[in-house]
Design a binder for this molecule. Structure first.
Ligand code: PEP
Length: 255
């Protein structure tokens, strides 16, 4: 399938940044800069900012996402937020399996799989993050790591639900470090991800899946990364907190 048939996705991951007021201000700044964009634009904000974000982004081309969810609908899980709660607010996207969640909050491939299933049940769009550590890359086990992450994440996910899932390849060594994967490194793994999806499902599912790159993507390096055949957009951390930088990346995705 021609890459041009997949709509590019530019998603911001604000991480634990911005209060409600700052959220409104930043989305108001971003809105006019991206209003003519052809790509899909998603801002994944902290839970506490979801309501103001949804209200400011209403009637714009910006979709709002959360950065995590719990896999149970409700119950004794102090401090957690369920996929069901997110969908009831009008949230449309959720990031699942970000490396910071895996690293600092002990998320495993198995909990990632449960969260994806919960999110799909609630009709949320999932941005599933996979990626290897520097050690794993140096040990030449990148492909094994990614393949295991994907096979467990997609366990019991049926073909019809694939359209709700976007995969983001985020090498851990490139996140927040200023060290971007080269376009060749990123393309090689994104191509591999598409091959695994083809093995697990079929060519159609693999061809139509959006695969993003994330890891220190910015206004300067976005162009080359986004030109790659298997890179359909970006998951942007640091650069999504600045309206000018984020909108420049959106422009590159549209180019
Ligand atoms: C991320 O948090 O998903 C990310 C890619 O961060 P950064 O762009 O800051 O490396």
């Amino acid at each position: 399938m021609n890459k041009l048939l997949r709509t590019p996705v530019i998603a911001g991951n604000w991480k634990m940044n911005k209060n409600c007021e700052e959220t409104k201000n930043l989305i108001e700044e971003i809105t006019p800069l991206v209003k003519k964009a052809n790509c899909k634009i998603v801002l994944c904000v902290p839970y506490t900012d979801l309501l103001p974000a949804l209200s400011v982004a209403a009637n714009t081309n910006i979709k709002i996402g959360a950065q995590n969810c719990h896999f149970e609908d409700h119950g004794a899980f102090t401090g957690e937020i369920s996929a069901k709660m997110l969908s009831s607010m009008g949230v449309e996207y959720v990031v699942i399996g970000h490396s910071e969640r895996r690293m600092y909050f002990s998320e495993t491939d198995i909990t990632v799989n449960k969260k994806i299933k919960a999110a799909i049940k609630e009709k949320l769009n999932v941005i599933l993050c996979v990626g290897e550590s520097l050690e794993q890359r140096e040990q030449n086990i990148t492909f094994e790591v990614i393949s295991t992450q994907l096979k467990i994440a997609f366990k019991d996910i049926i073909n019809e639900d694939l359209e709700k899932i976007i995969v983001a390849y985020e090498p851990i060594w490139a996140i927040g470090t200023g060290k971007t994967a080269t376009s060749e490194q990123a393309e090689e793994v994104c191509y591999f991800i598409r091959e695994i999806i083809k093995q697990l499902y079929d060519k159609k599912g693999a061809d139509s899946m959006s695969i993003l790159y994330g890891g220190s993507m910015n206004a300067k390096n976005a162009k080359e990364l986004l030109l790659q055949n298997n890179i359909d957009g970006g998951l942007i951390g640091g650069a999504s907190l600045k309206s000018a930088d984020f909108s420049e990346i959106v422009k590159e995705a549209d180019a």
